[in-house]
Write a protein that binds this ligand. Structure first.
Ligand SMILES: [Fe+2]
Length: 308
């Protein structure tokens, strides 16, 4: 928001200057300031114009401009039009690590303490009520655990590295249920505590694969495309995420984390899945934010954006 305010003030000043020049173009009633001040003013305006030209050429600026356009008519659960999605995807597909000031040698991508889950860095680029832009930097073995994106359309562009993505969508008409039978022998180690009386909901596996940059942008939707996903860094990697709309606790869009359990672990009355499709289904169970998940906010150091 600070960006918008400062730009608005600058625009006001520019308009006032243009207005003065139009009303009084060097006429006899004009009282010119000292020559040095006028020269300084010209220089400053030229510098501002140059900055705008540089910003216009920046891929991040293009991304911001298109996001502003694409997400303007959207809101929670309202997906952008197909042609808008294609336009935004095309801009993201072209973005390279250097365009956002990143390279794999930066300290963000080093594993810090051996044996401990590495910290993940988040470089915040921009956020307004319609959309947010930011980059997750993951050292090797870094994990963004299974989480959701309520009512959102999310564009994820892998900038470099290899990442495993596992994602799910809810099975249509499924709701949270308490299973009648849970086979404790099948419960994964470390999950017993949460397994006492878990409420679970049936989900369909959407993606379970490794991706290596350069690759196309992946997109998920409020009810499709893998709205719940988990990122695991196979190598150091960086993902540029665009969320529309962003998470917002006051508006009830908070990030929920999940355990995923194989379909065979539970039996729920009235729920059946054909034998051959069971591998492609799982039970998701709400969980608290994992204690070993550390996401540290860092200053974004790439090209800045200008609200035009
Ligand atoms: Fe996510």
């Amino acid at each position: 928001m600070g960006i918008e305010t400062s730009v608005a003030n600058r625009k006001k000043k520019e308009l006032a200057t243009m207005e003065m020049e139009r009303n009084n173009p060097g006429g006899p009633t004009q009282v010119p300031g000292p020559k040095t001040n006028r020269a300084k003013g010209k220089k400053s305006r030229r510098r501002q114009q140059q900055q705008k030209l540089v910003a216009a050429a920046s891929p991040v600026q293009k991304l911001y401009d298109i996001c502003k356009q694409v997400f303007a008519p959207c809101g929670p659960g309202i997906v952008p039009a197909p042609d808008s999605i294609e336009k935004l995807k095309a801009v993201l597909d072209d973005i390279k690590p250097a365009d956002v000031g990143l390279n794999p040698q930066m300290p963000y991508f080093r594993t810090s303490v051996p044996g401990r889950k590495p910290s993940i860095r988040y470089l915040h680029i921009y956020e307004c009520e319609k959309f947010s832009m930011g980059i997750f930097c993951l050292p090797p073995s870094g994990v963004l655990p299974l989480h959701n994106h309520p009512g959102m359309t999310v564009f994820s562009k892998l900038l470099f590295g290899t990442m495993h993505i596992k994602s799910y969508d809810w099975v249509v008409d499924s709701s949270s249920k308490t299973p009648g039978v849970a086979s404790s022998s099948k419960v994964e180690e470390g999950k017993q505590e949460e397994m006492k009386q878990p409420e679970v909901r049936l989900a369909k596996l959407k993606v379970n694969a490794e991706f290596t940059a350069p690759c196309n942008t992946s997109i998920l939707y409020p009810a499709d495309g893998g709205n719940m996903h988990c990122f695991t860094a196979v190598t150091a990697c960086a993902v540029l995420d665009v969320l529309g709309p962003p998470y917002s606790d006051p508006d009830g869009r908070h990030c929920q984390y999940y355990f995923d359990h194989p379909f065979a672990n539970f039996s729920v009355d009235g729920v059946s899945v054909p034998e051959e499709e069971r591998e492609g289904h799982a039970w998701l169970q709400d969980r608290e934010k994992p204690e070993d998940l550390t996401v540290v906010g860092e200053l974004y150091g790439g090209p800045q954006i200008v609200d035009r």
